[in-house]
Design a protein around this ligand. Sequence first.
Ligand SMILES: [Zn+2]
Length: 366
Amino acid sequence: MLVHRELLNASMTYRAQRSVIENRALQYELGRRTSARRGVITIPVVVHVVSNRNHPEQDISEEQIRSQFTVLNQDFRAANPDVDKVPDVWKPLVADTRIEFRLATQDPNGDPTDGIVRVVTDRTGFDHRHGVKSSATGGSDPWPSDQYLNMWVCQLTGGLLGYAAFPGQPPHLDGVVILHSAFGTTGTADFPGNPFNGGRTATHEIGHWLNLFHVWGDDDGACTSDDKVVDTPNQADANTGMPRFPRITCNNGPNGDMFVNYMDYTDDAGMFMFTKGQLARMNACLEGPRASFLAAAAMPALAQEATVGSAAGAEAAEKFVSDGDVERLLHDSERLTVEVLNDIRAVLDTVAGRPRGREARGGVRR
Ligand SMILES: [Zn+2]
């Protein structure tokens, strides 16, 4: 009950933050605001490797960590070797997001670092309730989330591959968490039959961190909700494994579901692209709630907006909302309520130990 109450209380604030962020994303998606971002932004990342003291293999190698960055910097630049596998009809939609990632070279005190924090824990595994994000619960404390993308790598329970914080969550929970054997392409991720050995779990979770929803709209197989991206087809539910093109749901023929998108649930070997519409949402995020990263990258055109913080961004976003958007925003609120209910249900499911979703096939990507 305590967890339940805490979640509700936390979600009230979160919901308010999310409305502001979604208002802004909507303006970018509809083309009423365009990104001022030029060039490539590089996000400094701190990787917290949290390993159980009886399982030293969880203390993954630097090589494995670097293999993950190789994948990220290919996937986010549309430079992945498998991008040619995108069906022809969607090739024009493939986006080079001009976002790259590198291990931090300076710690929060300004001292040199390799960007890797190693913590040994007595915990045998972590669930999605953020325990890995605090030393008080056997994890590793985050670095300032307005300067670093915090990435925790650990043993996860319940078949969970990873989970992420959308922008708007409290700073101490911000970042992404990835199962060590779904992180990078070598070391503990490299074993026969692992469908998640391509580093795409981190690509997917960072998509959420940059405010992307799942392509199917998280509506449990209905066709009523989408991902708020104009160029991704409405699709019924998550796709898993390696679907064959075309896969038609929600009357979305002839091309069907965009299951090759990083924000679906297919195997790592079956996802190849972000779209230009998804990039619009990422830009709204980078020029809104995560604008501190642009400021730090010393991009003069945006530094001023970034330094005044998200309150001013919120004000600006509100100004851009016309009456015609009210209905959509109400819809968003309903959707967020559904998400909160889903969160509660997930917690209750975890408590009750009931299997859900992809656990049956050995992987759950949040
Ligand atoms: Zn997800």
